[in-house]
Design a protein around this ligand. Structure first.
Ligand SMILES: [Ca+2]
Ligand SMILES: [Ca+2]
Length: 304
């Protein structure tokens, strides 16, 4: 019996020692291996080559930081063949000071303590127009944060972004574009300047009359002109149709009436954009009724 009690006492003692020592062991591991906060990077997961991408840097997951943190220092790492950023492209958020970015390090301070998740800066990267396509990684490493008493170690932040081929984008909602890539519904006597403003594109717009590039933007956009919109190696081409303008000067005048007459009588044949511009009543043919409509317009008794 005595032996049993002694054994029980020993077992209890061992159990007590284990209970006391185990948390100590864990606490030591915790302090050595863990971090006091995490760096969180968020951004769209895709960006076009030649474009820009905004990356938000937040601090989160605070553990044992006491009164909080009001300073941050870290290394910013990215592929310089694909991305670039200058200090002016790093903007403070939520009352943090304008970040200093030098020697690959970013540093910022705040006048108050932060204890829960907060975005502290917005970084706008520019994607090199020649950048290799595919994934690229932005990392914030060796992060430190502190209050006036202690320095804390942060967990690295990392984000993968896919660099995509930049595509030509064209939106011509102001006008109509038909299956032949004719741009129609353009008012008579519209200057090229105004016409170009109504086209929403990331490309470059050039207007040609025949093979001649039209450079004077006050020139009227006229029937038969070619609109070339290009972006890198991609190009989209359209032909202009201004109803009632049959000679390509953007106006409807007696000279257009003459051309229409010659077509109706059968001397000349109007083709393509010119035929489309001459079909004033939109029935698909150039006939006497179109000539009639033009005559009424020219004497101020109708519209086109
Ligand atoms: Ca004309
Ligand atoms: Ca017609």
């Amino acid at each position: 019996m005595k032996k049993t009690i002694k054994m029980l006492k020993t077992i209890i003692m061992i159990a007590i020692i284990l209970v006391i020592s185990v948390p100590t062991v864990y606490a030591t591991i915790y302090a050595v291996n863990d971090t006091n906060f995490s760096v969180i990077l968020t951004a769209p997961n895709k960006v076009l080559r030649g474009g820009t991408i905004q990356v938000l840097l937040a601090l989160d997951g605070f553990t044992d930081v006491g009164q909080g943190v009001n300073s941050f220092l870290a290394d910013l790492e990215y592929d310089t063949t694909k991305l670039s950023i200058t200090s002016s492209q790093i903007v403070a958020q939520n009352g943090w000071d304008t970040p200093t970015y030098e020697n690959g390090k970013i540093l910022t301070l705040k006048g108050s303590m932060v204890t829960s998740k907060e975005t502290i800066m917005k970084m706008t990267f520019t994607v090199n127009p020649e950048a290799e396509l595919g994934l690229t990684t932005i990392k914030v490493k060796n992060a430190e944060a502190a209050n006036d008493e202690n320095d804390f170690v942060g967990k690295d932040g990392s984000i993968d972004i896919e660099i995509e081929q930049d595509k030509l984008q064209v939106n011509i909602s102001e006008y109509n574009v038909n299956a032949n890539n004719f741009i129609t519904n353009i008012a008579l006597e519209t200057p090229i300047r105004e016409f170009v403003e109504n086209i929403d594109t990331n490309g470059t717009i050039e207007i040609y009359k025949g093979t001649q590039k039209v450079t004077d933007t006050e020139t009227n956009i006229g029937t038969g002109m070619t609109v070339k919109i290009s972006f890198n190696n991609q190009e989209q081409e359209y032909t202009v149709v201004v109803k009632g303008d049959i000679n390509g000067d953007g106006c409807a005048k007696l000279s257009d009436l003459s051309k229409l007459k010659l077509s109706v009588i059968g001397t000349t044949q109007l083709e393509g954009a010119y035929k489309e511009a001459a079909d004033l009543n939109g029935d698909g043919n150039v006939k006497l009724s179109d000539l009639s409509k033009m005559k009424l317009y020219l004497v101020g008794k109708g519209t086109l």
